[in-house]
Design a protein around this ligand. Structure first.
Ligand code: PAF
Length: 309
């Protein structure tokens, strides 16, 4: 199986490295030229959770034109706002039987991929792995959460189970899911409760669970999002807050992906996370002042370095 990782940032590179140890052939594709140059040259280095430093040899490309052959599986890991363009740019790397799997953060990724390729080819999942890009060619594994994979609207199929087995053979704790839409909402709660707070304050994920001042904002953001999830058909109780805090603990040394975006003065996924909760809340007549404030503050920060309002 040829796996193309579309968007080889911190998480894409981590998955690519793990999967390169399986029967699959892995190609990384990223717009980050320095990272691709470093991985193609000296390889990808992972600072593991136990402190060991492990090098990986991987094929890495900056342009879809350079990717050899056809991908059997494309794992979409680009930022949510870049999804359509990125998937549209790799049609030459795909064939009639290519399957796409999104493990991205946020809401709307499946829809964005299905706007470009046949929706029957799109699998969906969520992962609570944590990974930080330390510098080009080097990432730090920041947490070992579970990965779930499924299909929209139907129980986990044979092709889902095959990919789950492949992920397991890569050492990734992975389960098939019959309710993947719910998982996306559960992951949305995790990202809504962790990412904006870490982005705005410069802290690592674990600090959210350790400090009452941070965990109370996290709690408020998640609790006010629960009725929105319910209005969308996903029954979630107050225990959701504990689940979010336990992900913060499990990825304690990680800087969230939004934190890393802000550190590198990049556009964030705020619109697909807290911003999406605000938008859904408006549709359903549910006020979401905490998520609105977090969204406004992250957008203000973004505007300060991107120069846009
Ligand atoms: O976006 C992220 O950083 C990750 O989804 C998670 C699980 C919060 C770990 O940092």
């Amino acid at each position: 199986m040829h796996i193309l990782i579309l968007g080889a940032g911190a998480m894409g590179s981590l998955l690519g490295a793990r999967l390169s140890g399986t029967s699959a052939t892995v190609s990384l594709l990223s717009t980050n030229r320095e990272h691709i140059r470093a991985v193609s040259g000296d390889g990808l280095v992972i600072e593991e959770l136990d402190g060991s430093i492990v090098p990986y040899r991987l094929s890495a490309f900056h342009s879809p034109r350079d990717v050899p052959g056809t991908a059997d599986l494309v794992i979409v890991m680009v930022k949510s706002y870049a999804t359509r363009d990125a998937v549209g740019s790799i049609t030459d790397c795909c064939g009639a039987s290519t399957v796409f799997l999104t493990l991205q953060n946020g809401i709307g990724n499946w829809e964005n991929i299905a706007a470009v390729v046949d929706r029957k080819k799109v699998l969906v999942g969520s992962t609570a792995q944590g990974s930080t890009l330390v510098r080009p060619g080097r990432i730090r594994h920041g947490g070992n959460g579970a990965t779930f994979i499924g299909e929209i609207g139907v129980p986990a199929s044979e092709r889902v189970r095959e990919i789950v087995e492949l992920f397991r053979s890569a050492g990734l704790v992975t389960e098939p899911s019959d309710h993947v839409e719910r998982l996306i909402w559960e992951k949305l709660m995790v990202n809504a409760g962790i990412n904006a707070i870490t982005a705005l304050t410069g802290i690592r994920n674990g600090v959210i669970a350790d400090f009452a001042s941070a965990s109370s904002i996290c709690r408020a953001a998640v609790e006010e999002a629960l009725p929105v999830a319910r209005a969308k058909g996903f029954e979630m109780g107050p225990e959701t807050v504990d689940r979010v805090l336990s992900v913060a603990r499990a990825t304690a040394i990680n800087r969230s992906s939004m934190g890393q975006d802000v550190d590198r003065k990049k556009r964030t996924e705020i619109d697909a996370i807290n911003g999406a909760i605000v938008a859904f809340g408006e549709q359903c007549g549910i006020p979401t002042p905490v998520n609105r404030t977090l969204t406004g503050l992250v957008k203000t920060l973004e505007a300060s370095y991107l120069g846009k309002s």
